[in-house]
Design a protein around this ligand. Structure first.
Ligand SMILES: NC(=O)c1ccc[n+]([C@@H]2O[C@H](COP(=O)([O-])OP(=O)(O)OC[C@H]3O[C@@H](n4cnc5c(N)ncnc54)[C@H](O)[C@@H]3O)[C@@H](O)[C@H]2O)c1
Length: 366
């Protein structure tokens, strides 16, 4: 069992990573010495896959456990769903000494984390991420929240969990498109981390797709370690944490311009990474060969490498009205080298327009 330590200003907590960690979740939780009961919040898909296993594990460790199942899908990240959860927790007589366990992907993690952070001004929180995206990204770092009608992730807080239990075996039931979603983030980490990690994925991506755990587990570990290092330095997203937005400024623009239907988040991030590498070449003279290699890798991972059916102009206007407008046209995360991200890079409107437009072209040259 791999044990990593998150060391943020607000809290220190362990992250356990191992195939089979799920069955040990009760003991792992008990080892922290906390009392109270655990209320598992999960979604309607995940409930059928592993809820009983997790409940059994907690009961076997002598922990009182209960559950609440919400509908699967982004729609659950709403104030009305949060409000229902507060009422259910109240009906269950949940007290300050009790703990919420988020068992699911990023939606459940964000929603249950937000509820845990606000119910009785904050109760315990266990994150058990079940998608690749949540294992490498959303379960770490304490960003929790919900959507409002007008915009995604507009209401939330920073609230670190007490423990994260990550079991890569859970990825075996994940639909292939969900694995690709997470792989877009994994690719982002490889670019941020450096040449050797990028190359390892480039060479062995089929081992990831085939869920060869001897490859998958160390890859997830590196992603978690990278995020931990960034978050421990900048928990509240005031500086270095911005590096995690690599590819996301253009990505968010693409998602919004496609009305969140044309492109999923991971697909949009894949295109955003390509745009970021083009700009990294223009602005920071990053070797353009990396963009070619990235395109080949994304394509092999089943992610888009060409913007289709969404207007580049709309992407640019969506970026201009994005909540992180200060990260978009004027300020973006780019790479000087693989493993050398630079935040707040000045990008002119013309350079940005060129990079987004170039996503629509069939790439031949540079
Ligand atoms: N807090 C953060 O730092 C952060 C970072 C990135 C993304 N997010 C958020 O994460 C959310 C997306 O997360 P996601 O991609 O995990 O989506 P998700 O939680 O909706 O999960 C995707 C789908 O997979 C199903 N599923 C989950 N685990 C499964 C399993 N093991 N086997 C089979 N099916 C399974 C779910 O029921 C759902 O239908 C977004 O709301 C996004 O805003 C948060």
């Amino acid at each position: 069992m791999i044990q990593l330590l998150a060391n943020t200003r607000s809290k220190e907590y362990p992250i356990y990573l191992s195939g089979g960690a799920l069955e040990e979740s009760g003991d792992l939780w008990r080892s922290l010495g906390r009392g109270g009961k655990v209320v598992i919040i999960t979604d309607s898909n995940v409930a059928g896959i592993c809820l009983s296993q997790v409940e059994d594990s907690f009961r076997a460790a002598g922990v009182e456990v209960d559950n609440i199942v919400v509908d699967a899908g982004e729609g659950a990240k709403s104030i009305s769903q949060a409000s229902q959860l507060y009422s259910r927790l109240f009906e269950m007589d949940t007290r300050r000494c009790d703990t919420v366990c988020a068992l699911g992907g990023g939606v459940v993690g964000d929603l249950a984390g937000f509820v845990a952070s606000t119910y009785m001004r904050g109760i315990g929180l266990i994150q058990i991420p079940t998608t690749l995206l949540s294992q490498v990204d959303s379960s770490i770092g304490g960003k929790v929240g919900i959507n409002i009608e007008e915009a995604k992730n507009y209401v939330g807080s920073f609230y670190q969990p007490d423990i994260v239990i990550t079991d890569p075996n859970l990825l075996r039931t994940l639909p292939p498109e969900q694995l690709s979603e997470g792989l877009a983030e994994v690719v982002k980490y490889t670019l941020l981390y450096g040449e050797d990690f990028f190359e390892a994925l480039e060479v062995s991506y089929t081992r990831f797709q085939g869920l060869d755990m001897a490859f998958v587990e160390p890859v997830i570990r590196r992603c978690i370690e990278y995020k931990l290092a960034v978050v421990s330095e900048d928990e509240r997203d005031r500086g270095r944490r911005a590096v995690l937005n690599l590819g996301h400024s253009v990505g968010h623009g693409i998602e919004a311009a496609g009305r969140y239907k044309a492109y999923s988040h991971g697909q949009a991030v894949a295109l955003g990474l390509l745009a970021a590498l083009r700009l990294s070449y223009e602005v920071l003279q990053l070797d353009p060969e990396y963009r070619d290699r990235l395109r080949v890798l994304l394509d092999a991972l089943g992610l888009p490498v060409r913007l289709e059916g969404v207007d580049a102009g709309e992407v640019l206007s969506a970026m201009a009205s994005d909540k992180k407008a200060d990260d978009t046209s004027a300020n973006m995360v780019l790479l000087r080298e693989l493993g050398e991200p630079v935040i707040n890079c000045d990008v002119s409107a013309t350079q940005l327009e060129y990079a987004v437009n170039s996503l629509m072209a069939v790439e031949q040259g540079r």
